[in-house]
Ligand binder design. Structure first.
Ligand SMILES: Nc1ncnc2c1ncn2[C@@H]1O[C@H](COP(=O)(O)OP(=O)(O)O)[C@@H](O)[C@H]1O
Ligand SMILES: [Mg+2]
Length: 385
């Protein structure tokens, strides 16, 4: 249900489903603009719960928890894709939910997502949906090897994915998973030039902007660093922004949409996946743009015009994973870094470091990207010593 497009007065309450770092930074931006936030997350004092007005400690699939959230708030959003769709649809009968549950339904299922992209004419990597062993046999004929196979839903940071270089990599676990009707998608495994992403922001009036694209380098399928501007041609930058804008408009987005893309060896952009929420590759916007991705989303949720999101400087973002705490003899010395000019450390309030767990990030800004990149590499090598 969409209400009239009037600005929500300050003091209004924004509900956020999911209490991780994205919810935390969203909540911090809401506070700066004078709004209140309520978080729904099963873990007490989760990263977002620490900086919000209230936390409902409840499971994501609990309708009563979702109803409590809806009763306390003026608008609801979510910070991750594995939100319970039925709960979201139910509460959307009584409260604005942005982005719409329909968009979440598409983006949380890789098959629906790729089929939708194909339908709207957005280029994707070659894919084949797998719901049975017959489909899997067919996929091997059509896609061939190397092939990447991904669970249709619930995957993130490379979880639920397997690279099949040849038929020898097909194991019993995969065959049994297909037999028990777990849905997968098979994709051509690309030897790409680089990965870039574009975050699009669109409000209820249809006002739309795209943030400057970021070049993303992953390690073990987890984002390691983002480089902005990306090291690609102006033409690619403008095509990437146009692609993202067209997808957001085709989905009638109200909110943020991160569009992940591959740049192939033939200089062709192919869409990898969509995320209707703030995105790790957009963390540079906190120090590299006048209006960050988080502030932009708060403006959208509270029915305000969008802010200026032009690039104010070049940025490199480094993710700080739990590995740094676990693999080194001493804790990373972040206090010293934070005192340096043009270096911004953001921590997520997570007590327990784990391998692959995102603990924080560092933005390094400069008036030119090679300088920011060199500084970022120096910091990265010092941190892992
Ligand atoms: N078809 C593909 N070809 C080559 N690399 C891929 C392909 N799909 C995914 N990857 C690599 O794995 C990373 C994670 O995959 P992705 O589909 O984005 O899932 P998620 O981010 O949800 O875990 C991508 O950023 C990319 O580095
Ligand atoms: Mg991804």
């Amino acid at each position: 249900m969409i209400n009239t497009s009037k600005k929500l007065p300050t003091g209004s309450v924004i509900g956020i489903i999911g209490g991780g770092q994205l919810g935390r930074m969203l909540s911090q931006s809401a506070k700066i603009l004078g709004y209140k936030t309520v978080i729904l997350d099963p873990v007490p004092l989760c990263p977002a719960g620490q900086v919000s007005d209230h936390q409902i400690v409840g499971n994501y699939n609990s309708l009563s928890a979702a109803n409590s959230l809806s009763n306390m708030c003026d608008v609801v959003t979510y910070e991750f894709e594995n939100v319970d769709l039925n709960c979201l649809l139910k509460i959307s009968e009584n409260i604005d939910v942005f982005p719409s549950p329909e968009i979440l339904k598409i983006s949380s299922n890789r098959i629906l997502e790729k089929e939708k992209l194909r339908k709207i004419g957005a280029p994707t990597v070659e894919f084949f949906p797998i719901n049975s062993i017959d489909d899997f046999n067919q996929a091997q004929k059509i896609i061939g090897f190397p092939m990447i196979i991904k669970t249709a839903s619930s995957g993130y940071d490379g979880k639920g994915q397997k690279l099949l270089k040849s038929e020898h990599d097909i194991d019993d676990y995969l065959i049994n998973s297909i037999k028990i009707k777990k849905a997968f998608i098979a994709e051509d495994f690309l030897d790409f030039n680089c990965e870039i992403s574009v975050i699009c922001a669109r409000n209820i009036e249809g006002e739309i902007i795209t943030f400057f694209p970021s070049e993303n380098i992953h390690e073990n399928h987890i984002l390691d660093i983002s480089i902005v501007p990306p090291r690609v041609s102006k033409k690619i930058i403008s095509s990437a922004r146009n692609l993202a804008k067209n997808i957001a408009e085709s989905l009638d987005l109200v909110g943020l949409l991160a569009v992940e893309m591959f740049l192939t060896k033939n200089n062709e952009l192919l869409i990898n996946e969509l995320a209707p929420r703030p995105h790790n590759s957009g963390h540079y916007t906190m120090n590299g743009c006048e209006t960050s991705q988080f502030t932009q989303l708060i403006k959208i949720l509270t029915k305000q015009p969008l802010g200026n999101s032009n690039l104010s400087c070049a940025s490199v973002m480094i993710n700080l994973l739990g590995d740094l705490w676990i693999n080194n003899s001493s804790k990373p010395n972040l206090e010293k870094l934070n005192k340096s000019k043009n270096i911004f450390v953001h921590l997520y309030g997570k007590d327990e470091p784990r391998i692959g767990r995102k603990m924080g990030h560092i933005n390094i800004t400069s008036n030119n990207i090679s300088d920011a990149y060199i500084k970022a590499m120096e910091i990265k090598s010092k941190l892992s010593n």
